[in-house]
Design a protein around this ligand. Structure first.
Ligand code: TRP
Ligand code: ZN
Length: 859
């Protein structure tokens, strides 16, 4: 956890309701780039939950107060850096109205929080605490108000939350009937065009749908609109949740710190997370867009109608909404493939976080800057916790509990206690031990011991499970968790003798017996990745190969191949061993198994990444050497290519997709397998097939896929130039061009590549997408970033110091590239710590970045 001695620390234990209720808010915006005026009229009443008289304390940052009046009489509030105070003595005893006028400068706002400008268009980002940069306000999620908004500005499109009330030349008014916290407020004004559609809800209400984009982007909206309609239908069918306004607007914005934002009735999206067509977006982009559209739409119920009492409860809306969008994507595509992808992501980001200095609970109990807690732990582990809950109570009870949650808490700002109580009331279970998943950080380790005793009535197979909960910053000791372990047993001939059963581990060590078995079974443990734990079990290669060939659980089948690949790679790295024939044979069989989904085969062929291997080695007590990891991985790739050999070209050809482009899972899976085959083929043919594939590509998946493969093989100069010439005017596509060069550069030349890319006139660090393209590609280049020279560390530190005054949120987020430092050797550790110290010493460092760096240095 964060440094709890930091005087800026905010604590869950200090929560108090706000002293006033705020039923109604009226805002008027007079837009001007350098001097926007915001007039606010706030109708306060005393909050019965806080008896007595209280000062009125409102948040406010970087605001110029023009005037303030209480019930029409001018007042002079006490101002400081973080807000204003009006003494209780200066307030009437009951209800009163506060009117303020402030001036702000959206054009100067490069932090992209509050009201800012993105290429001539006004937009807002208020989550988590950005509304206080717009006007003086109780900027906390438990203060829920009805908003009426008037926008005045000389721009064709003026949008806010809720339903339109009226509009004229240079003005528009909006009314949102649903009380909401300020973080869900949004305003957009600009020269935009709509991609319109409509949706009829289950109860027959018509909803106008729009995706608003810059002129020229109209041909990139269709996929997002389809995803929106699918999401609306799905939430009705699966969760019984209907949309609740007459209009639903989505706006694409080029400068945005995150993926997208669920503002009530007016979702704002990073352009990258909504705009797509076959020519400009890859299959992965299409899938991600579908998931993000769903995610933001699903927030309308899980987040907006029921919101969070305070920011410690962030996982209440994010974990649940991620869980829902994962279910949705599984329903739209393939559950097996989606689960594998989600687990890959969980391990790459959340396990990494949970096992380093930034580890924190799904519900943390203190923070300095809340923006630093929009993490893989809150989001992805938060979703895993819900998956476990569902596995334990069953699908029917889950559905009942959710109905109760919506019925009981609609219109409220709720807590994790409320959430768990709903499940307790539905199932009569005591979830107090389960709650540790929310309050304790760290990835549990699960050890497995087997015993077999033959007998006349059949044998007994006993699984003993032992859990360990490693210490994390601020949490040295932890109790046992409730861990649902899904297990199936297979016969030596590959038949399933015990179908998937969920064992509920609640103690540190516990045994589970299976009786009446004809032969000693082969266990398939943690099926479907039933809990976010590290399974520590030495398994002979032959058993893994058996499961790779026979497991009836698709996740564990993939997992067997993955574990085998990691075992093989680890031995190649640490002992200079040769690749195992078991592994190569198993992979070859799977690659050409036409009974399997191509998307699944593509995932199985993907070798563990270098960072993943570094984590795996560190877990087993080795100090990872990035250069050795890289060369071993390349050697294994070559061995795999040789093992698949002459059949690769046939696979590559067989998986080509002809005809008009479709982004659906079927054709996308074939393209993925084709590219996997092409990548291997490129190790054998000097790049001929990849060059041909680039030249013949009919969509971005194929052309960018072939380009990346060529660059990884140290080729592709001509294709890179061709790609640039074709796409130089397109920001989103050029982001890919920037990113892939940094990601694929040879380790020694990486600093020079980054220097060349960042010196270009079209590199703009104010644009988070472009910054992340280059610096994210660079830090994701494991052997390059961790090159023994330390040049990578120094380069990242330089850029974070430079970005911090411009955009602290993005600087803080990018600093997590350093979070793995304890894994490495003493020299690298010293160099990373020096880089972090240098950042910490930078004058005027933001709260965001200083908290992150401080936490990384604190251990
Ligand atoms: N609530 C948003 C989501 O999960 C996340 C988000 C968007 C956000 N923009 C942000 C969080 C800016 C913090 C700051 O979809
Ligand atoms: Zn979200």
């Amino acid at each position: 956890m964060p440094d709890t001695t930091d005087p800026r620390t905010i604590r869950l234990a200090d929560y108090q309701p706000f002293a006033f209720l705020l039923p109604q808010v009226a805002l008027t915006f007079r837009l001007a780039p350098q001097a926007t005026r915001v007039l606010a009229r706030l109708d306060f009443t005393p909050n019965p939950a806080r008896p007595g008289r209280h000062d009125l304390r409102l948040h406010g940052e970087a605001l110029r107060l023009i005037s303030a009046a209480v019930d029409g009489r001018a007042v002079v509030p006490a101002l400081d850096d973080t807000g204003l105070t009006i003494a209780a003595a200066d307030l009437p005893e009951g209800a009163f109205t506060l009117e303020t006028e402030v001036e702000i400068a959206p054009e100067a706002n490069t932090a992209l929080e509050g009201l800012y400008m993105s290429r001539g268009m006004y937009c807002t980002q208020c989550e988590a605490e950005g509304f206080r940069k717009i006007t003086y306000y109780p900027d906390r999620p438990d203060v829920m108000a009805r908003f009426r908004v008037r926008i005045e500005g000389d721009l064709p499109v003026l949008l806010s939350n809720g339903n339109p009330l009226g509009q004229g030349p240079c003005w528009a008014e909006w009314d949102d009937p649903w009380p909401k916290p300020a973080y869900l407020f949004a305003l957009v004004a600009g020269d935009l065009v709509a991609h319109p559609d409509r949706f009829i809800t289950a109860s027959g209400r018509e909803v106008a749908l729009n995706i608003w984009v810059r002129p020229g982007d109209e041909d990139r909206c269709a996929w997002g609109m389809e995803a929106l309609k699918k999401s609306m239908t799905w939430d009705e069918e699966v969760y019984g949740r209907e949309y609740d306004l007459d209009i639903f607007n989505i706006v694409a914005v080029d400068d945005f710190n995150m993926g997208a934002m669920e503002n009530k009735g007016l979702n704002i999206f990073n352009s990258k997370a909504v705009l797509a067509n076959a020519a400009t977006a890859t299959d992965d982009d299409f899938a991600r867009i579908e998931a993000i559209i769903a995610h933001e739409y699903f927030h309308n119920w899980t987040g907006n109608r029921i919101t969070c009492r305070d920011w410690f409860q962030l996982c209440l809306k994010e974990g649940l909404t991620v869980y829902r969008d994962q279910q949705f994507s599984g329903d739209m595509r393939s559950h097996a493939v989606k689960r594998i992808e989600d687990v890959l992501m969980l391990r790459a980001r959340q396990f990494r976080e949970d096992q380093g200095p930034l580890a924190h609970a799904v519900r943390p109990d203190s923070f300095v800057e809340i923006n630093n807690f929009y993490t893989a732990t809150v989001y992805e582990k938060g979703a895993e916790v819900i998956g476990m809950l569902r596995r334990m109570v069953g699908d029917d009870a889950y559905a009942q509990a959710l109905d109760l949650y919506f019925a009981r808490h609609d219109g409220q700002a709720a807590t994790i206690e409320d959430w768990l109580t709903v499940f307790e009331d539905t199932t009569a279970r005591d979830l107090s031990q389960f709650k540790r998943w929310y309050t304790e950080a760290g990835t549990p380790r699960l050890k497995v011991y087997e015993a077999w005793s033959p007998g006349p009535q059949g044998g007994t197979y006993t699984l003993t499970l032992a859990q360990e909960n490693p210490p994390t910053p601020g949490q040295p000791e932890k109790g046992a968790k409730v861990i649902p372990v899904a297990v199936g047993l297979l016969n030596p001939n590959g038949d399933e003798v015990v179908p998937t059963t969920v064992l509920e581990l609640t103690k540190p060590v516990q045994s589970f017996a299976f009786e009446g078995l004809a032969a000693r079974p082969i266990p398939s443990i943690l099926r479907g990745f039933s809990a976010p734990v590290v399974l520590e079990r030495e398994v002979p290669a032959a058993e893994r190969a058996f499961l790779l060939a026979h497991d009836t659980d698709p996740f564990n089948r993939w997992e067997a191949g993955r574990a085998l690949a990691k075992d093989v790679l680890a031995r190649m790295i640490t002992q200079g061993a040769a690749p195992l024939p078991d592994f190569l044979d198993g992979m070859a069989r799977l690659a050409f198994d036409e009974g399997l989904d191509p998307a699944f085969r593509a995932l199985a062929l993907r070798l563990p990444g270098e960072d993943d291997m570094a984590a795996t080695l560190a877990q087993s007590g080795h100090v990872p050497d990035p250069a050795r990891i890289r060369s071993a991985r390349q050697a294994l790739s070559l061995a795999l290519a040789q093992a698949l050999g002459p059949r690769l070209a046939g696979l590559e050809a067989a998986m080509r997709v002809e005809g008009p482009f479709s982004a659906e899972a079927g054709p996308a899976g074939r393209r993925a397998l084709r590219l996997a085959a092409l990548a291997l083929l490129t190790r054998l043919d000097g790049g001929a097939a990849a060059r041909a594939a680039y030249a013949a590509a009919g969509n971005m998946t194929e052309s960018f896929g072939a380009l990346a493969i060529l660059l990884e093989a140290g080729q592709g100069t001509a294709q890179l130039a061709d790609f640039e010439a074709r796409w130089k005017g397109d920001r989103l596509v050029m982001d890919k061009w920037f990113a892939v060069q940094a990601a694929m550069a040879a380790p020694e030349s990486l600093p020079a590549v980054v220097a060349r890319l960042t010196a270009r006139p079209d590199f703009d660090m104010k644009n988070p997408n472009r910054f992340r393209a280059v610096l994210g590609g660079f830090t994701g280049n494991h052997a390059g970033f961790h090159h023994e020279s330390g040049a990578g560390y120094a380069l990242l530190a330089d850029w974070l110091i430079r970005l911090d005054p411009v955009n602290p949120q993005t600087a803080a987020r990018m600093s997590t590239a350093f979070e793995t430092w304890p894994r490495y050797d003493a020299d690298r550790q010293a160099m990373i710590r020096a880089a972090l110290q240098r950042i910490l010493a930078a004058p005027g460092l933001s709260r965001d970045l200083s908290e992150m760096v401080g936490r990384m240095l604190a251990i």
